[in-house]
Write a protein that binds this ligand. Sequence first.
Ligand SMILES: *Cc1c(COP(=O)(O)O)cnc(C)c1O
Length: 479
Amino acid sequence: MKLLFEKSVPGRRSYYLSDLDVPMASLPENLCRKAPPGLPELAETDVTRHYSALESRTFGINDGFYPLGSCTMKYNPKINDSVAGLPGFAGLHPLQPIEGVQGLLEALDMADRCLSQITGMDKMTFQPAAGAHGEFTGLMLFKAYHESRGDAARKTVVVPDSAHGTNPATASMCGMKVVNLPSTADGRVDLVKLQEVVGPDTAGIMLTNPNTLGLFEQEILEITEIVHKAGGLCYYDGANLNAIAGVMRPGDMGFDCVHLNLHKTFSTPHGGGGPGCGAVGCKSFLQKYLPGPQVQKDGGRFTFDQSDESVGNILGFYGNILIVLRALAYIMAYGKDGLPLIAKHALLNANYLKHRLAERFEITNKGLCMHEFIITMEKEAKASGVTAMDMAKAIIDNGMMTPTMYFPLIVKECLMVEPTETEGKETLDEVADTYIRIYDALMADPQAAKAFPVNTVVGRPDEVAAARNPILRYTSVDS
Ligand SMILES: *Cc1c(COP(=O)(O)O)cnc(C)c1O
């Protein structure tokens, strides 16, 4: 496929400007270009067809089943996009006088109160632009808290080995030392080991619950108590809130701070690096350290305030607020009674698909799983050379997105499946039938397994070479 630049035809335009009806302004010579910018010159049809062709080569939730574990790639109701697109919101400018944005501030205040109630926290910030950015914010709060008490020696963060990779990365970014906590044989936090690693140097723990093995940490109250007794704080990675929203609250589990991926659970489409919101909630004793301006209600009027002890700004202005509006519309549409159904249906779907796939696959979750489960193909890889990668590549050929591959790192040859609540039983059955059919075909002919995918634009790129020896300069192609 050619680039727009290669399709460019000199003089071709897709706009019509009316004749100048005001005097021509003259710009200072030093501000004027010497030559026109090298932009593609195209008709509207060229541009439209180009982007439609690109779109047809990608795969998204609107195309089919997208079970990417730990990502909650669920269907997002389109009406929430309409709410975020209302001109009274979408047309605002961040520097507009406060009198002109009272409606938005009221909506942000409502979203704060709804999400605080859902998480069991006291106050939220919407400034963080991603989950990882929220984690960073949370640890900054922990740091500010310990330093304010003259307890600056607390420099280690305990992270279970089942954690999302962003957790240890965040702790390092904040200048903390990561203490890796190995899981028990059943995949949960080992209380004895936790007790051994916490001490006067512990800044806190970062925990995902349900963890990335799709398991609920049943001893969660003991875990947060051990950390608190040692003087540390507890951070809840709430990116997986889809599994518990409206049913359980991190605040009730003993956590001091949590981030939510509004772009996973709360109705903003994600992937591809688009804008996100890693909203962070905290208990009241951390509130004064929150970043960015906070919405305050002063009589009947909303204003902004930022505490002197705030950790500062971690993004410009108030964050990606249109994402917050989608979340608010979503929460209000489902309400207090509807929200728990989302979590329960997510668990029901995961357990149904897990049950169906257990006909062929080895699944690491014994008993019930939460919103996701893990298939391991370690035995198949050893016996016949058919790997999780082969399975995933064959799935792509059948018009479905793969599950998350080779994550979490502690399970060999794994595929992590998160069907989400927005899939119907017919889809889940079709998925189970397809996976089983593919499995049988790969096992019958392990040699052929290496050929997939055959129906895609790109087959099997050499991923190691692509990472070690990246070609970052475009060279023309004619396909
Ligand atoms: C997705 C995810 C994150 C990171 O969120 P980003 O928005 O991608 O930065 C962190 N933790 C868990 C458990 C996740 O699933």
